[in-house]
Design a protein around this ligand. Structure first.
Ligand code: CDP
Ligand code: MG
Length: 787
């Protein structure tokens, strides 16, 4: 089961003016020029402007480098008052013996890479080393980024506890919340939060050190931060305000960072932390089970459990537990905290884990690992954005990480449910995220940083040219980027020199922490009292999967009957929330609005969610995101004076129509048109829809309230490929809106000099209730007459 924790962008949004003078002064010019020199920055990294600290071997840990002006300032050592137990526990960590080496490297080099196995102490200890060495003196902050929210929160708590400091000093900031104060000296945050901060203060002046943690995960935002920080470090050195950058990775595979002259002209030093690893004997299967890998896992676990020694005896209960685990995912969640505790006397702990346990999490005392060799990942088509969950083989690196988990406390065994020949065919490493998903959100953020020629940006691993083009095309269509003249664009595409500057609308969109399509909706919805509804729809679409998954296979007749009952119940509440007539035309997005409205009206209780098939956790997230988006909208448009009204009244009929237009403008490239009966090519096109990008038929997902309605034009939130290509999150579009709202997706039988007057992407004014249309729509199948 894939556990995808979405990474995120930051919470506060401020008007563009808040980009700050630093950006204009140092950022704008320098970044643009830095990014435009194809060969990377035209200079070697500025030598560290401060002298190496004088080191006295007796003074633990490291002496502090004189960082701030005046340079003659004496080195500071900030004492930390740890409890003796804590100190004893720290001393066991492998990274403690590397403290001197790390701190010396940091003093001498602007950029340092630290590699060490999961559990060696990187995340919890390195910030403490830096703190003690005075890198947070003069009210500056040690910043640490994490790709996952949970890690940012948990690590700030852990470090505060280890250092005997309050969370006012060791704090965190994630998308929705944080506890950062004036006193904060160590700040854990998600990588998206730091990216937003760069938009406000390009030089990141409040930090003396930035640590990018878990760089091996190659999350999109961490990758971008590496590229940006490589420039920021140089700019800061020029100003004699040096910034230190530490990149921390759980694997040794850092060539994408070190052997990348576009990124770092001189490869930064790599410090390897040796960890205690006991030998792990790897057992391959003779043949590879093709189908039932989870059943195979289960049998193997039972066999190990019966045949192989545990410290304690009495094993019956746990086999039963495993059987239950196999059946029910819910139990696994509940057990999360328990895996860190020693199992009860006389039992054996069996952990069923996703790839989270590969590197992000160390569970103590694991001796046997059973590896099915599979990973379930959301897979995107780079150009069309169609996504599907696919179970694929892991990489060799991941398989080795999994095996390594067995040797943390004593020699162990790893049972691989595949043959060594199959292993030999695995990819060496998992591909970085940036090569695996659409990048329009990223490109918009980068354009907002005035990086126009995105293609020249020093990505550790660049996204493909097709996905860059697809992203720019979408942003142009949304009005977020200035559309070049046709001839100019053709030239750009031929030479891969994409360089469209951002528009005012684009800048506004970039301040909203949601995907560009949704940001467009927000930017448009300042009229007719639609804002709070648009915010709710966007929040619900961003959180996704508000409804419980009821399509799962049932383990017994009894469970099947229960599932069927729940499905019927959910279908019924969806119909109620979708309503009739005008309201039903907003389709699944009306259902989202109804679900949030009804749930909030009921006080968002877990009981309400349970009874109506809603996921409580998702509903709480929608609530937080609504709050955050409301703040963001108020920042751009203070006169809106919005507040989150939990008891939201249903929208009026005309508001629903405006909302549909707003949704159409945002999801425009996700337009689909039903194949007319006279155009039916063959049976596979029955009830099918056609979209501009895909040759294959797409269908309305059976869970949609419009499944039986089959409107002529729809926009969809996403296409997910299972047995067929299914559109999810559907809303209907009136045919006469298409040429007005989405002229770029139409073919006109006479040339369209400029967009119809009612639509102006720059100003974002689309809300004409009845557009008078004089054009014929020629898309996507044969021409229809629209009056
Ligand atoms: O970052 P890295 O994986 O190298 O290690 P870490 O997260 O700093 O963890 C170092 C040690 O602290 C591990 O052995 C964890 O078991 C322990 N730890 C803990 O006991 N409680 C936490 N909340 C976090 C870490
Ligand atoms: Mg870590």
């Amino acid at each position: 089961e894939a556990e995808e924790e979405e990474s995120e962008s930051s919470m506060e949004s401020e008007p563009e003016e808040a980009l700050g003078t630093e950006w204009v002064e140092a950022g704008a010019g320098t970044m643009a020029s830095a990014a435009s020199s194809t060969g990377g920055r035209g200079e070697s990294p500025a030598p560290s402007s401060q002298p190496s600290p004088a080191r006295t071997p007796a003074a633990p840990p490291a002496a502090a480098p004189a960082l701030a002006r005046p340079p003659s300032k004496p080195a500071v050592f900030i004492p930390v008052n740890r409890s003796p137990e804590m100190q004893a526990e720290r001393l066991k960590l492998p990274i403690l013996s590397e403290e001197q080496v790390i701190m010396e490297a940091v003093a001498e080099h602007p950029i340092v890479i630290v590699c060490g196995e999961t559990g060696s102490g990187k995340t919890t200890q390195v910030p403490q080393f830096l703190y003690e060495a005075g890198y947070s003196s003069d009210n500056s902050i040690i910043g640490v980024t994490e790709p996952r929210r949970v890690a940012a929160v948990a690590m700030s708590q852990r470090v505060a506890k280890e250092m005997n400091l309050s969370q006012r000093v060791v704090s965190y900031q994630i998308r929705y919340e944080g506890n950062v104060t004036e006193e904060t000296r160590i700040k854990f945050m998600t990588d998206g939060v730091l990216l937003k901060e760069i938009q406000k203060d390009f030089l990141l002046l409040k930090y003396k050190v930035v640590i990018l943690d878990e760089a091996h995960e190659r999350s999109v935002y961490t990758d971008i931060l590496i590229g940006l920080l490589s420039r920021i470090v140089t700019l800061r050195a020029k100003r004699h305000l040096p910034l230190k950058l530490l990149i921390m990775s759980a694997t040794l595979r850092v060539e994408d960072f070190t052997q990348n002259p576009r990124l770092f002209a001189t490869p930064p030093p790599v410090i390897k932390v040796e960890s205690r690893q006991f030998p792990v004997t790897v057992h391959f299967n003779k043949r590879t089970p093709l189908e039932d890998y989870s059943g195979e896992c289960f049998r193997k676990v039972c066999k190990i459990h019966r045949m192989l020694p545990a410290e304690k005896e009495d094993q019956k209960d746990s086999v039963e537990e495993v059987r239950k685990f196999k059946k029910s995912r819910a139990r696994v969640k509940k057990a999360q905290a328990a895996v860190f505790k020693p199992p009860p006397e006389g039992t054996r702990l069996c952990v069923v884990a996703t790839n989270v346990a590969e590197t992000s999490l160390t569970i103590p005392g694991i001796k046997y690992v059973v590896d099915c060799g599979k990973v379930k990942k959301r897979h995107y088509d780079r150009v069309t954005g169609v996504s599907s969950f696919r179970v694929t083989w892991v990489s060799q690196a991941s398989a080795d990480q999994r095996a390594g988990r067995a040797g943390r406390t004593e020699p162990g065994h790893c049972y691989r449910l595949y043959s060594s020949a199959v292993f030999g065919d695995f990819e060496q490493f998992p591909p970085p995220e940036i090569t695996r998903r659409p990048v329009e959100d990223l490109i918009l953020q980068m354009k907002a940083l005035n990086i126009e020629k995105v293609i020249n940006f020093p990505f550790p691993t660049p996204p493909s040219v097709e996905s860059l083009i697809a992203a720019e095309e979408l942003l142009i269509a949304l009005g977020a980027l200035q559309a070049p003249r046709k001839a100019e664009r053709v030239k750009q595409l031929q030479t891969s020199r994409l360089s469209c500057p951002i528009t005012e609308l684009g800048k506004t969109m970039a301040t909203f922490p949601v995907a560009p399509r949704y940001a467009k909706m927000l930017a448009l919805s300042r009229q007719h009292g639609c804002l709070s509804y648009a915010i709710t729809i966007v929040a619900a679409m961003t959180v996704r999967e508000l409804f419980e998954e009821l399509d799962r296979p049932a383990a017994s007749e009894e469970e099947l009957a229960k599932l069927k009952g729940r499905r019927a119940r959910v279908a019924q509440v969806k119909r109620i929330w979708a309503g009739q007539g005008a309201s039903l035309k907003l389709g699944d997005l009306m259902v989202l609005l109804g679900a949030v409205g009804a749930c909030e009206f009921a006080g968002c209780s877990p009981q309400f969610c349970e009874a109506n098939g809603l996921r409580y956790k998702a509903m709480m997230e929608v609530r937080r995101l609504r709050g955050q988006l409301t703040t963001a909208v108020n920042a751009v448009c203070p006169e809106a004076g919005l507040f989150v009204d939990p008891k939201m009244q249903p929208p009026s009929e005309s508001q629903v129509t405006y909302l549909r237009q707003i949704v159409t403008a945002g999801l425009g490239d996700h337009l689909a048109r039903r194949v007319q009966s006279e155009d039916l090519l063959d049976d596979k096109w029955r009830n099918a829809y056609k979209t501009p990008l895909l040759d294959d038929p797409v269908f309305i997902h059976p869970s949609s309230v419009l499944f039986r309605e089959l409107p002529e034009f729809v926009v969809y939130q996403e296409i997910v490929e299972t047995t067929k290509m299914y559109m999810k999150g559907i809303s209907t579009v009136e045919a006469q809106w298409v040429p007005v709202l989405l002229p770029s997706y139409c073919q006109f039988d006479k040339p369209l000099e400029e967009p119809p007057p009612a639509y102006c992407p720059e100003k974002g004014r689309v809300l004409c209730h009845r557009a008078s249309v004089f054009y014929r729509v020629g898309w996507p199948l044969p021409v229809v007459q629209v009056d």
